[in-house]
Design a protein around this ligand. Sequence first.
Ligand code: SF4
Length: 479
Amino acid sequence: MSSTQVKRKKVRGVHEVSPIDVYRLLPGTNCGECGEANCMAYAARLVNGEYTLENCPPLNEENNKKLRISLGELTAPPVREISFGDARSSIKIGGKHVLFRHEFTYHNPVPIAIDVEDSLSGEEIVKRVNSIENFLYNYIGREMRLDAIAIRDTTGEPERFANAVRIAREHSDKPLILCTYNPKVMEKAISLIPDSRPLLYAATTENWKEMAEIALNFSSPLVVSSPGDMGKLLSLATTLEASGVPDLVLDPGTFLEEDIAITISNFTALRTSVFRDGSQNIGYPLLGTPITAWAGEDLSPEVSAWREAWAAPVLMSRYTDLLIMHSLEGWALLPALLWRFNLYTDPRKPVAVDAGIRPVGSPGKGSPVFITTNYALTFFTVESDVKSAEIDCYLLVVDTGGLSVESAVAGRYLNPSSIAEAINGFCLSDLVDHRKIIIPGLAARISGDTEEVTGWEVLVGPKDSSGIPLFLRNRWNNS
Ligand code: SF4
């Protein structure tokens, strides 16, 4: 790291703080306003990342101000949390307590911003903004959307840039990133939306004074950019911090193809310095710009989108906190969206759906009933298989704590009693006039006991739900 790096006291992530340390700084009244029986229980959940300081209302009282400040310092993440956007919609980035997800869990999933160039006509800007606004992909019951709009100055004309910002603001609530190196262009645009608190991209060695002034005047966070020059980047960040700009985002530059190793090395060096060396002055969120895949060479849109599609998840893994992309094609965005979902799903909490009875199609009194677990991937796979085979049936979803069939049987979460509870609790006998249930093939070994405990006839279905149509033809219609 550069000599400009200033070393300060190492900050611990909240996961390294003990509940006792937190407890000592709480009001200690055990008032229960946080929803817990006492302050100790709240402290335990705070260090587990389940609560924030906002969950303890007494900390906002004037006489508890000192406690709140001390707790804020004690539990502050080594990578600062920075937000942009306004009351209509805002985004938090950074706020990382750990270098590796398995050490705790990651917070603040990496937002994906899509660019809009100011060279587009008004009509084209509206169309692109609407596409960003309406992008939606459903994955195992979760809605995946795009998060922000990055307006890019490609004309150098303050009027055009401001007009693009105005149109975007009128047609979308998503937080904005204003991208220009020209302070005059930036000032005109942000003056149109003075309370929107967009992220400003970017301060460089040439414009940092003017950009710092704009950031301070409009209370906006500011990106510091110095592609490929880490020394300059850190020097600039230190200078801006000393100038009083509190919220910075670092852009070390995103180089792709044969230079991807340089990119990864720079991002990794910045992040590991925070966690391993305690270098707080670079504990800012990092910006990745896979959009650079579209710059320079004269490539086809498909090749550029492909480059961007693989770069985004790579950057997310090492250690980008915000991405700016250009592609709006589903195939180019899905790798980043799905990888984000996986990376930011708390490994301690399985992805679950609610237990209950789910009708598929138009089931009647004689329709088959399939037992399944409330692990989201299991449920949606079974549901998708019966839906695509156009089978009218009921899915009886048993609460297995979000475990899949095999794990739930092994851990005794899916057992004769839990199935009986689900049958009775969700009043299955009111829906069908037979007394047969179909359990997954992977739960075959509990079929006998289940029959005994529930009093329902148990058919053992296929191990894989793709085999359900064949199973029904052979076993249900003839049973
Ligand atoms: S709200 Fe605060 S003071 Fe009240 S019990 Fe919870 S942690 Fe303690």
